[in-house]
Design a binder for this molecule. Structure first.
Ligand code: PEP
Ligand code: MG
Length: 868
């Protein structure tokens, strides 16, 4: 084993396969730069194996001392005729604020300071370095109060009539240094160590001690760094950025961190040492401007440009590096990947591929699909100050500012007045869809990721914060309160559907940009993926958005959502409440032409692409009135006595509507509803085919099936309708009929169901709900605690539970394909837009995923990554 790894002056000891853990981020970066032949001040890294031993046993391992002395001797020899002056920098695997920072200018005892003055011919500089050493050593290693040093310096300058800041001459500087040394002796009972070896040993002990502070331990647990991991320590020859006018310290990034544009920019502090730059302002300026402003930068400009090119080529990424200029000579001190915005991330990946530094597959692989969400919607300006009122579930991404509205009428009034409304409800139902259309964003007190508000808002591409449980809504009074704070009707709020934040007032937003690097990367992703991507959409507007975002069809048209459009709820209610088959047929006859026209428009927009229409699947309660005045109004509209209506409502009331009279159960009890829908779909398909000249083959989908018998019952009704249409129109309509798999029993019986069904679409919202036995509408109240307590890795309604629900999906896919090898398989639950779930879908061999239009680009990218 070796404990110490040298770098610089043509040397770079190999850290082996585990270099990043062994040398830490800084140690590995220095070794890499040395290997590239870049100018790195010589030094060595004490590997994490040695420091871990020290942390465990209170001393370094056997054999360490000999290596350490040899390495120190090597640095002394390299420094001559100067005395060795060194920096000690902790080098954890990941940056860690709990750990002490760098310690500079080690080695400057009295004798060494004189020798440095002689070697550089600049005694004032040598004294400046010694004072820096004494202060840092006193403050960081000996833990003395910085204010004590400050006081001595102030009193000294006052006493000598010197300005309160600025450089000191050799004599003044030396005198102040002596005062610092005296302060240390007074406070600790011992003068500061003079010998480099002792200084270094003391500093190393202190750095390792700081690894054990509660703050450092807390940080590691937060960032999931294993607590056993020890930091490597870098011991390195100083490059003096404080040696006169042609010296200083700076930071350069190879690309623009905001836009990703290829240009060198950075910051620079003249006459500064190493780490001062990090504390300074980070406002990056173009390199040219820095060179014009600073002689030191001008002197090393070419070196910086060359280093930037070499570092990018080596790391195959945009980087940021620290440098020091010592009297016109360039030294590099650290390099790391550039921290960047999502927009810059895309531009950099595409740019690097364009320059052939990486290939297209790697560019595609590098982008986090979830990060695209930021680009597809307006978002909160990250620099803006916010006034947080409450937090809920981030149910539909994007940000919006608007005026609070508590009803459809208020939202509509605001829209007509050209203003943006934020619809505030305890929860939403079908009667709110009209209001949601009018609003710019939706906020609910109850509900989670798959609540009505969340699903509809995602479909509409509108921001939604759901389940903000600390809020109280009083729609009558027009108030929204959290604790002591109250927002009133007409006040402005801002929602961030990406974070779940509800903020008081207007917060500046930035707008999406879908051209340039974004479009290029999407193209590349499409070339790689095999999984197809469809959208969940029911309106022409949504279908158009879906096409614009690259959807290859509709995977789920929730036909009941087509009834939500204003004006139709009445007809739907009449149909549900009908007491006789005749009354129901009458209501259905009124709905038929509306449905037919809707489907025809959808098929026309999607001509040439598959469209899956799901037969009616409403939990009935979503369509029925609840409030007294609503019931009275409905009775009037239906021409029905109020008490009769009430009795009918009671008869229809369900204790558990989500497990009640919905899905195919509705088609089985009221086959005329399925027949009307089949007629509307098939007629519309023939109409759209005639109009567009394209083949239109609708996929009719039966919801909430548990057995083959249920499926066969509904399929037979559809077949009879298709035959009738064939006779009437002299042309048999083409269609496929398949089913949702969204109940555990359906998954178990998939082999039998596939004997009848032409395709499966996994409804993982209901499948998650029924597999876990967790109500999707009530989950938010307790699931957060599950995730916080580590009982679940994530919300299973957001990311598919691979082990449980996913196992059912896999099994159903296998059983279905065993029966029917060409069975088409898709997913249309919310998971169809979640990258981790999409990867799973690709692994188990699904043909496509279907998701909200606004998630289509995310799905395209995630599907490509699943194929890499
Ligand atoms: C599902 O259950 O996953 C599904 C897509 O249907 P819905 O969300 O309409 O119940
Ligand atoms: Mg469902």
């Amino acid at each position: 084993v070796r404990w110490i790894y040298r770098f610089g002056d043509g040397v770079a000891d190999e850290g082996g396969a585990n270099a990043a853990a062994l040398l830490g981020a800084k140690g590995a970066a220095l070794a890499a730069m040395a290997r590239l032949g870049l100018p790195v001040p010589a030094g060595f890294t004490i590997g994490a194996a040695a420091t871990a031993h020290h942390l465990a046993h209170g001393r370094f391992p056997n054999g360490f001392e000999a290596e350490f002395d040899a390495a120190l001797g090597w640095l002394e020899a390299l420094a001559a005729p100067r005395p060795p002056v060194l920096a000690l920098r902790p080098s954890p695997e990941r940056a860690m604020p709990g750990l002490e920072g760098a310690l500079l200018d080690l080695g400057l005892g009295d004798i060494a300071t004189r020798a440095l003055a002689q070697a550089t011919g600049d005694p004032a500089f040598a004294q400046d370095c010694r004072r820096r050493f004494l202060r840092q050593f006193g403050e960081t290693v000996l833990r003395l109060d910085p204010a004590d040093f400050e006081e001595r310096a102030d009193a000294f300058r006052r006493g000598r009539g010197l300005p309160p800041a600025g450089p000191l001459g050799a004599e003044d500087g030396g005198a102040l240094g002596a005062l610092y040394a005296a302060l240390i002796a007074e406070e600790t009972g011992t003068p500061p160590p003079d010998a480099l070896g002792l200084q270094l040993a003391t500093a190393i002990e202190a750095a390792l001690r700081s690894w054990r502070t509660p703050r450092a331990i807390a940080w590691r647990s937060l960032t999931a760094l294993p607590d056993q991991a020890a930091p490597a320590l870098v011991v390195q020859t100083m490059a003096f950025g404080n040696l006169g006018r042609r010296s200083g310290a700076g930071l350069v990034s190879t690309r623009d961190a905001e836009t990703g544009a290829k240009r060198l920019a950075g910051s620079f502090l003249a006459a500064a040492q190493g780490d001062e730059i990090k504390a300074g302002a980070r406002g990056a300026e173009p390199l040219d401007r820095l060179a014009a402003a600073h002689e030191a930068v001008a002197a090393v400009r070419e070196g910086l440009v060359a280093a930037a090119g070499r570092l990018e080529a080596h790391f195959r990424d945009a980087v940021e590096f620290e440098f020091t200029v010592e009297d016109g000579r360039l030294f590099l001190l650290d390099v790391r990947p550039l921290a960047r915005s999502t927009r810059a991330d895309l531009a950099i990946a595409v740019g690097l591929a364009g320059e052939r530094i990486i290939d297209r597959r790697e560019a595609v692989a590098r982008i986090d699909p979830a990060s695209l969400d930021h680009l597809l919607h307006p978002r909160i300006d990250p620099a803006a100050p916010v006034d947080l009122l409450a937090r809920g579930v981030p149910a539909s991404p994007g940000a919006a500012t608007g005026v609070v509205a508590f009803s459809a009428a208020e939202a509509e009034d605001l829209r007509l007045a050209g203003r943006k409304a934020i619809l505030v409800r305890v929860e939403t139902g079908p009667e709110d869809v009209h209001a949601m259309h009018a609003a710019a964003a939706i906020l609910t007190v109850r509900g989670g990721m798959t609540s009505h508000a969340a699903v509809i808002a995602r479909g509409m591409g509108k921001p939604c914060v759901a389940g903000a449980g600390t809020l109280r809504v009083d729609a009558r009074a027009g108030t929204l309160s959290a604790g002591e704070r109250t927002v009133r009707r007409g006040d402005t709020v801002t929602l961030d559907g990406g974070s779940g934040a509800v903020m008081v007032g207007a917060v500046p937003l930035s707008q999406p940009e879908l051209t340039g690097a974004f479009a290029t990367l999407m193209d590349w992703a499409d070339g790689i993926r095999t999984l197809r991507v469809r959208a969940n959409a029911e309106t022409v507007a949504d279908a158009n958005i879906a096409r614009a975002f690259g959807a290859e069809g509709i995977g789920l048209c929730r036909s009941e959502h087509m009834f939500f459009e204003s004006g139709r709820t009445g007809l739907v209610r009449a149909m549900i409440l009908a007491e006789t088959v005749e009354a129901r047929r009458e209501a259905l006859a009124a709905l038929l032409p509306l449905q037919r026209a809707d489907f025809a428009r959808l098929f026309t927009v999607m001509a040439g692409h598959p469209v899956t229409v799901r037969l009616l699947d409403p939990p009935l309660h979503e369509f029925l009135p609840r409030a007294e005045e609503e019931i009275a109004a409905l009775a009037g509209a239906l021409g029905m006595a109020e008490d009769r209506l009430r009795r009918r409502l009671e008869a229809l009331a369900e204790a558990n509507p989500m497990l009640g009279h919905r899905g195919c159960r509705l088609a089985i009890t009221f086959p005329e509803i399925a027949e009307m829908q089949a007629r509307a779909i098939l007629d519309a398909a023939l109409d759209a085919a005639a109009e567009t000249g394209a083949a239109v083959v609708p996929q009719i989908m039966v919801p909430l099936v548990a057995s083959r018998a249920e499926f066969d019952f509904v399929a037979e009704r559809v077949r009879i309708v298709a035959q009738a249409i064939g006779r009437e129109r002299g042309a048999a309509p083409h269609y496929e009929i398949g089913t949702m798999i969204e109940l555990p029993r359906a998954a178990l019986r998939a082999g039998a169901i596939a004997e009848s069904a032409a395709f499966f679409s996994f409804g993982t919202n209901d499948l998650t709900q029924t597999t876990y036995g967790i109500s999707r509408d009530d989950a938010a109240a307790f699931l957060r605690a599950y995730v916080e307590e580590g009982l679940m890795p994530h919300d299973p309604f957001a990311t598919l539970d691979h082990e449980g629900v996913g196992e059912l999906v896999r099994m159903a896919a296998e059983r279905g394909r065993a029966t029917r090898p060409d069975l088409e398989l898709g997913i249309c639950g919310e998971h169809g837009g979640d990258p981790a779930s999409i990867r799973f879908c690709a692994e188990i061999g699904l043909d496509y995923v279907s998701c909200s239009p606004f998630r289509v680009p995310i799905a395209r990218l995630a599907a490509a990554q699943a194929a890499i």
